[in-house]
Design a protein around this ligand. Structure first.
Ligand SMILES: Nc1ncnc2c1ncn2[C@@H]1O[C@H](COP(=O)(O)OP(=O)(O)OP(=O)(O)O)[C@@H](O)[C@H]1O
Ligand SMILES: [Mg+2]
Length: 147
């Protein structure tokens, strides 16, 4: 039923639990996980600041920074995936997390999205974080929230 699942990773405490959840879903027919991590605008903005006083072409510098950020995320996802017991794919994107998570689910023809209840944010009083809330709101496929 849930053969290909999307796992939205922000490298908070719950990320490891999400990986464990995929391993458990193997018994329910899960054969492939797509680990999605989205680099948000503020992170990008802070990083491209280093290009401000660069001699080389500004746009080239930004491209270079973006590529490095992406590579770095990919490496971190690979590390996390060492504990996965199903096949996996890595999908690092730039943009608004909830939108990119949903786009990835569509493009990969996934049947389930696995979110953490909370992420790296500091406000714990909310039932779920804003990214998870928006994914639940806009997704057309089931969403599993790990806590
Ligand atoms: N940049 C991201 N890329 C991929 N998944 C993400 C990203 N940010 C959040 N998530 C997913 O959303 C889950 C909940 O995080 P969310 O950001 O909604 O809560 P929060 O950080 O506690 O609060 P908020 O961001 O609203 O201040 C995470 O466990 C993760 O599954
Ligand atoms: Mg967050």
């Amino acid at each position: 039923m849930f053969s290909r699942v999307i796992v939205a990773i922000d490298f908070s405490e719950i990320s490891k639990k999400q990986i464990e959840c995929v391993n458990k879903l193997k018994e329910a027919g899960c054969t492939e996980a797509v680990l999605v991590s989205v680099i948000e605008e503020p992170t990008l903005e802070e990083s491209v600041e280093v290009c401000e006083f660069e001699d080389e072409d500004f746009n080239l510098c930004i491209k270079d920074v973006e590529e490095k950020l992406k590579k770095n995320r990919e490496k971190k996802l690979e590390k996390l995936a060492e504990n996965l017991h199903v096949n996996y794919k890595i999908d690092v994107r730039f943009g608004k997390p909830f939108k990119e998570i949903i786009s990835s689910a569509k493009e990969n023809d996934a049947s389930l999205i696995i979110m953490g209840s909370h992420g790296r944010g500091k406000i714990e009083e909310l039932l779920v974080g804003s990214v998870t809330e928006n994914v639940i709101r806009h997704s057309h496929i089931p969403v599993l929230v790990v806590k």
